[in-house]
Design a protein around this ligand. Structure first.
Ligand code: ATP
Length: 246
């Protein structure tokens, strides 16, 4: 597994408060990684830094085979590089059908022009069918997205991100507000996505994290407190003291 993203010695201070404190971690390709930690640990700020929304005071964020520093790039450039982010609340176009939402995402995908020039690639309709199948919304393709359940909207948004063929997908609390069956479907979907790309999932639900069956990074006070298998981190006394035992 080659390293895709390397966060190295990153710090950021807001009004004198060090929200991220000499944070270092690396993500492989492909890899599934869960990030956990108490409120205020810096999980959102870390994602803001990776996606270029927040610029840190120190450190480097290196990306890809050429180890280019993402910190010099704009948010839109970083998205073009293949970093997709799913926020907690779904942001699909409610008046548009599932198909139209996926169509729109395909239009905006990376290298769309090159795909258009390629003579034998799948057509957009074939891609939409494959994506709908992937996210479990084949029977809902013609429905307005506003009629979907909360879980289905989340899957549609994941599908729209997958349409853009990201190399790294950042997902914020995907299980929140979902039924147990929806959670299971979301687990399966993310695990499949992580077979061919890097997926970082920030999540508080430990049962959900366990089912992802991946390496877990625990953040606390803006740095890595522990890292390893779920059994390794959940038996760590410091992790129990600052997070699990609360
Ligand atoms: N723009 C900002 N200005 C000032 N302080 C900020 C800003 N963004 C984040 N912080 C502070 O930085 C710390 C880290 O916040 P962050 O949202 O990254 O934590 P988190 O781990 O995502 O928490 P949660 O689990 O509650 O979402 C918090 O103390 C927060 O109040």
């Amino acid at each position: 597994m080659a390293t895709l993203l390397e966060v190295s010695g990153v710090s950021v201070t807001f009004d004198g408060f060090k929200a991220i404190n000499n944070l270092s971690l690396s993500i492989g390709e492909p890899e599934m990684r869960a990030i956990i930690g108490p409120n205020g640990a810096g999980k959102t700020t870390m994602m803001d830094i990776i996606t270029g929304k927040t610029k840190p005071d120190e450190g480097r964020v290196l990306w890809g085979e050429m180890s280019r520093n993402l910190l010099g790039m704009s948010e839109s450039r970083i998205a073009q590089e293949g970093i997709g982010r799913k926020f907690q609340r779904p942001t699909v176009f409610e008046a548009q059908s599932v198909r139209e939402n996926l169509q729109l995402a395909l239009k905006n995908r990376r290298g769309a022009f090159a795909v258009w020039l390629r003579p034998k690639g799948p057509t957009d309709d074939e891609r939409i069918d494959a994506l709908a199948e992937e996210i479990g919304l084949t029977d809902e393709l013609e429905r307005p997205s506003g009629e979907l359940s909360h879980g289905q909207k989340q899957w549609l948004e994941i599908g729209m991100l997958l349409a853009q063929e990201p190399r790294l997908l950042l997902v914020d609390e995907p299980a929140a507000g979902m039924t147990p069956a929806e959670r299971q479907h979301t687990t399966d979907l993310l695990k499949r996505a992580a077979q061919t790309r890097a997926v970082i999932v920030v999540e508080h639900d430990m049962e959900f994290v366990r089912r992802l069956e991946c390496k877990v990074t625990v953040l606390h006070e803006g740095r890595v407190l522990a890292e390893g298998s779920i059994d390794h981190v959940t038996s760590n006394q410091e992790v129990i003291d600052v997070y699990l035992g609360r």
